[in-house]
Ligand binder design. Sequence first.
Ligand SMILES: Cc1cc2nc3c(=O)[nH]c(=O)nc-3n(C[C@H](O)[C@H](O)[C@H](O)COP(=O)(O)OP(=O)(O)OC[C@H]3O[C@@H](n4cnc5c(N)ncnc54)[C@H](O)[C@@H]3O)c2cc1C
Length: 334
Amino acid sequence: MSQDIFVVIEHLRGKVADISYVMLAAARVIAQATGGQVVAALLGHNAQELAGNLAADRVLYVEHPALADFTSAAYQTVLESLLREHAPRAALLGDTSIGGDVAAWLAARLSWPLVSSCRSVSAEGAVIRFVSQTCGGKIMAEGDLPGPCALVMIVPGGYKPEQGQSAQTPQVTSAAAPPLEGLRVAVDNYVEPDTSDVDISREPILVSVGRGIQTLDSIGLVEELARALGCPVCASRPIVDQGWLPTTRLVGKSGKVVKPRLYLALGISGAPEHVEGMGESEMIIAVNTDPAAPIFNVAKYGATVDLFDLAPALTEKIQEARRQRGTHHGAASS
Ligand SMILES: Cc1cc2nc3c(=O)[nH]c(=O)nc-3n(C[C@H](O)[C@H](O)[C@H](O)COP(=O)(O)OP(=O)(O)OC[C@H]3O[C@@H](n4cnc5c(N)ncnc54)[C@H](O)[C@@H]3O)c2cc1C
């Protein structure tokens, strides 16, 4: 067993996912307490250059054609072998679709405890504390990280991705992949997302609507507001599941990650799966009648008012201001 902290790096189509940097930032906090190193476990095929800006003390790079794209089977096999060999104090995985596909499996195979939905970590002497958000983000559970080894799934929001980036390339060591023949899962084909609709991940302003809107007919209120602001409407999952907006407008774990300058969230509770897709927005303004809604944990400004009162009033104010300034936005993208 070592005092090192492993971070399983997530990447897609040649780009390191922000959650990897968030995990590196969390790992640094733990490593400072244990006195160990932050070790990035990078799995891939011709992907060594992705190590470039990882804020790790060293990178263990596992190269294999079967690791060209993420598959649960290949990652599980490689990670089990790496973690058995190195037995770090903790191994951090994203609380994401990828992390979710391997973390519980690893916990069962290695008989290590698993802390999920972990938002932040701290050290009190040798004791490592974690804060885990449960019940859709409404409850923050605190505890001591069990030992001697543990798996931790990290949600976004506790650390800025920049905290896990470095201008200095870390030392990269190659680690041999275990046999990866005959795996039961393989990537057949990568399907690019639908590009016929507006790309919400590139928009500087987004008006986002959640279940608080209650009916399909009421979406018009939000569309009016978006038209006035000259931006598209996006949504949380219940709205897309109902078929009220297309999947191209879904923000979150199963939708798109957006980072607009302004994200106006109307009637959205702020579940972790939603925050995963918008938590890094420059400014979040939340409107929710429930003062305990977790969306207020990530919002810069919030209003505990009824969106049915606020949306039309705000639309009118914006239209009036635009009329005075002689500017007008069309309906093209909303
Ligand atoms: C594997 C998995 C993947 C998921 N992926 C996603 C994803 O990609 N994106 C996503 O969004 N969710 C995702 N979810 C679902 C997620 O867990 C939540 O269920 C969802 O985000 C809740 O959407 P909501 O906030 O619109 O609804 P709710 O949680 O029901 O919240 C509605 C909010 O509206 C407020 N409200 C009600 N009336 C008003 C009013 N008149 N004015 C103002 N506020 C009002 C309420 O106080 C409440 O907070 C996923 C879940 C799982 C398990």
